[in-house]
Design a protein around this ligand. Structure first.
Ligand SMILES: *Cc1c(COP(=O)(O)O)cnc(C)c1O
Ligand code: SF4
Length: 451
């Protein structure tokens, strides 16, 4: 049945594919719009910052997403092209002078790495929570929250284009090669069988949809073929709908990927496609609309998430438009995140107070169907902490928070209070309200293993 539905979609295809072209630091001068729209200074800024932070973009982003008449203010331009303000002045000068001296490659790399190490490359204890199985460390798995296992296939440690805010950036610039990667799907299966509390596996990366279908299948098939009754949902965290929707329409193996999705849903497992969209511009092309329709036709569910970022989407209007359009296209708004404390965070950071104002005002103007979204949420080391709001207790301003996910599940859903701090951009900047010295979870958290 499902296959027939898919065939209908395939047969009604009227979208022609551009040839995939990828650009990075080495060849971005060949992008026609770069020559036409950017000044020499802007180009030099890209070269300087792009030597430190990852830079990769493709012709879909360039030709269909970026509004070049609006460059340099276009949000997708700022999302994908390195911006001068992303480095501090001292870091910028350091890289600039290294480039001017035409240092040999290895020395340039060292200068870049020294700067990178000062940009908090491993926020929120990402190196922790590595589980073990019969004495083997499962370096491709992260098991932080009881029900959900993060899986980093070794073949998906890259993306179709790079977001300038990405917290996975160390691995894209070669600092952390395959730190999390793991090939051994049989270990994954064994781990799931031995940990019946896990209901969800989340494939992440990079972007797992960068893989050819026949590679991705090698991870999925064992999950479908093995006896893992606890496994309910296979999630795929991907930005491919934003950066290369042709992955699901016209790529050689697009139909194969959709058939694989359909095999998952027909097996009785949920396929949750966790789509990462940052701006409504990514939801307006015929290609993305068609790609979403095709994914949904396989029986998969699309849920959406994004950080809130200065220069990219820091207005209630942006978010309300995004959520409305997502719902219209059949997706379910899921998370609004705070920008992580890594890389170019100073450039993108929005204060907790501002993020909550944006959230509140966007949430207020959409129908209940779009209010499935939760946020703003900080993915901090102890858990995902949502800002419920700002109010007053006995005339004193207070920030109200709660865990959406916690290292200890008992922490979840219990409101707690922080002193009002209009400058705070992250959990670390907050202090408990009242006389308490520590938040309720801090002592227990400090005593947890792998911290
Ligand atoms: C967000 C996240 C998950 C998934 O959490 P849900 O709230 O179920 O979407 C799992 N593991 C880690 C480490 C996460 O950050
Ligand atoms: S798509 Fe995701 S993993 Fe890839 S660069 Fe963007 S934020 Fe990072």
């Amino acid at each position: 049945m499902g296959l027939r539905i898919l065939d209908r979609v395939i047969n009604s295809m009227d979208i022609s594919a551009p040839k995939f072209q990828v650009y990075s630091l080495n060849n971005f001068l060949k992008i026609p719009q770069v020559e036409r729209y950017l000044s020499k200074e802007q180009i030099r800024n890209i070269q300087t910052v792009g030597n430190v932070l990852p830079f990769k973009v493709n012709n879909y982003v360039i030709d269909e997403l970026i509004d070049w008449e609006n460059v340099p203010n276009d949000p997708i331009f700022k999302l994908t092209f390195p911006q001068v303000e992303m480095l501090s002045k001292p870091h910028y000068s350091k890289m600039e002078s290294a480039l001017m001296q035409e240092l040999p490659r290895a020395e340039l790399k060292k200068v870049a790495n020294d700067i990178r190490l000062e940009l908090n490359p491993h926020p929120a204890g990402q190196k922790s929570n590595i589980p073990e199985l019969d004495g083997d460390k499962l370096t491709g798995i992260q098991h932080k929250y009881r029900e959900t296992l993060l899986f980093f296939p070794s073949n998906s440690q890259t993306c179709h284009a790079y977001c300038t805010f990405c917290f996975r950036w160390p691995q894209f610039v070669g600092m952390d090669e395959l730190k999390f990667a793991m090939k051994e799907t049989d270990l994954l299966v064994k781990y799931l069988q031995r940990n019946p509390e896990v209901t969800d596996v989340l494939f992440t990366g990079g972007d797992p949809m960068i893989m050819k279908t026949n590679k991705f299948e090698q991870y999925i098939n064992p999950l479908l073929e093995s006896e893992i009754p606890n496994l309910q949902t296979i999630r795929i965290g991907s930005k491919a709908l934003g950066y290369w929707p042709y992955r699901f329409i016209t790529d050689n193996d697009a139909d194969d990927m959709l058939r694989l999705f359909e095999r998952v849903t027909k097996s009785g497992k949920q396929l949750a496609f966790m789509a990462h969209f940052n701006n409504v511009q990514e939801l307006r092309t015929p290609a993305v609309e068609r790609a979403m329709q095709r994914i949904i036709d396989t029986g998969a569910v699309i849920r959406t998430q994004s950080p809130i970022m200065n220069h990219i989407n820091n207005s209630a209007e942006d978010w309300a438009q995004m959520w409305r359009k997502q719902v219209k296209l059949g997706a379910i708004p899921y998370y609004m995140f705070m920008a992580r404390d890594t890389g170019a965070q100073d450039y993108f950071a929005v204060s907790i107070e501002e993020a909550w104002n944006v959230f509140k005002s966007a949430y207020n103007q959409v129908s209940g169907i779009a209010r499935t979204v939760r946020g703003p949420s900080m993915s901090a080391a102890p858990g995902k902490v949502q800002i419920l709001g700002i109010n007053e207790i006995n005339g004193e301003k207070v920030m109200v928070l709660r865990f959406l996910q916690g290292r200890n599940p008992d922490w979840v859903a219990r409101p707690f209070f922080a002193k009002y701090n209009p400058e705070a951009i992250w959990l670390d900047d907050l202090e408990p309200f009242g006389d308490e010295e520590h938040f309720f979870f801090e002592k227990e958290y400090a005593e947890m293993p792998f911290v």
